[in-house]
Design a protein around this ligand. Structure first.
Ligand SMILES: Nc1ncnc2c1ncn2[C@@H]1O[C@H](COP(=O)(O)OP(=O)(O)OP(=O)(O)O)[C@@H](O)[C@H]1O
Ligand SMILES: [Mg+2]
Length: 312
């Protein structure tokens, strides 16, 4: 298989996004809603697709059920230009499904895991074959079968010259265990504000970022409408939000799209502020459309150049 710029294990699922009058009422009440949108889901898929639209050769590793949602998801992965050589169909699984009830900037999500956590350690590639330049972990808490292997895996990536990033996303069990232990092996840690406070404790994301960055990684905190802050070795960068050109349709995937823009910048040897700026352009573009893929920034000529990762 060809060497990719980026590989990530996919929290593979399909999303059904419902909006307009979506607060459910039980007691057999039938309620008409404003709109629905069926789209590929999965943080890693959104992230990899935005990387591909910025010219990276990106692939995901994941399973699909032998069902209509699985067929739909595979078609979308291919049309997004992602490498699907490590995506397989497992007839024993149902494709994962996330139903999101969207109200403005907020959403409630009902998730059926199915294929979402199907990847086990046996599906990780052989690093000796140099499968990729950069390894991203998205949705750490959802990929149950890999949680115990990530520390050794990240260390092996580092030995193989593969840079790494970790976006924890939300912990559905609200326990937040295991992330701190990975940080010494991670190059870039990408939580949002609520996530870093849950992991580090306290109420100040700046203090939390400084504390967690002391373990080694560049810590980049996505603060929603307040922009972004980053910390590394005692240095802090703060970026205000970009002004919005259009109203927010939904915030699905804003964080994943930010991650992709930021990492494309860093993989091209850009400074932290410049990488944050590209991340913010990707995030804001996706806010203006439904779901995480539709508004993604397309600059295929960008292609993250060579291996030129520089320390911040
Ligand atoms: N209302 C907004 N105005 C301007 N920028 C925004 C707004 N909301 C989000 N952003 C940009 O998008 C980035 C990522 O959004 P957010 O902080 O919601 O990430 P997240 O919570 O990880 O998202 P996700 O739900 O995709 O996991 C922010 O850091 C910011 O740059
Ligand atoms: Mg996120």
């Amino acid at each position: 298989m060809k060497r990719l710029d980026l590989l990530a294990v996919s929290d593979m699922c399909v999303d059904l996004l419902l909006s307009g009058n979506v607060r459910p009422r039980f007691g057999q009440v039938e309620q008409l809603i404003g709109a629905y949108h069926l789209e590929l889901g999965g943080s890693a898929n959104i992230f990899a697709a935005q990387m591909a639209k910025l010219g990276a050769q990106a692939g995901v590793i994941g399973a699909l059920g032998a069902d209509p949602l699985g067929t739909f998801a595979l078609g979308r992965l291919q049309s997004l230009g992602l490498d699907t050589g490590r995506v397989w169909v497992d007839a024993r699984l149902q494709t994962g499904l996330g139903v999101a009830l969207i109200e403005g900037n907020d959403r409630a999500i009902l998730t059926f895991p199915g294929s979402l956590s199907a990847v086990g350690p046996d599906r990780l590639p052989d690093l000796a074959s140099e499968p990729c330049r950069h390894w991203h972990i998205a949705s750490y808490f959802l990929l149950d079968r890999l949680r115990s292997v990530w520390r050794a895996w990240l260390a092996a990536c580092r030995r193989a010259g593969i840079t790494t990033s970790l976006d924890p996303n939300w912990d559905p069990e609200n326990r937040w265990r295991g992330v701190r232990e990975l940080l010494p092996e991670v190059d870039v840690f990408l939580p949002n504000r609520a996530e870093i406070l849950a992991i580090a404790g306290g109420t100040d994301p700046r203090m939390a970022a400084l504390e967690l960055s002391a373990a080694g990684p560049l810590v980049v905190v996505k603060c929603g409408a307040d922009g972004v802050l980053a910390a590394w070795r005692g240095q802090v960068w703060e970026a205000p939000p970009l002004p919005l050109q259009s109203p927010v349709v939904d915030a699905v995937g804003a964080g994943d799209n930010f991650d992709a823009g930021f990492l494309c910048g860093r993989l091209s040897g850009w400074s932290v502020p410049n990488a944050i700026a590209l991340g913010q352009r990707c995030a804001v573009a996706s806010l203006a459309s439904s779901g995480g893929f539709a508004g993604q920034l397309e600059e295929p000529s960008f292609r993250p150049a060579g291996v030129c990762w520089k320390t911040p």
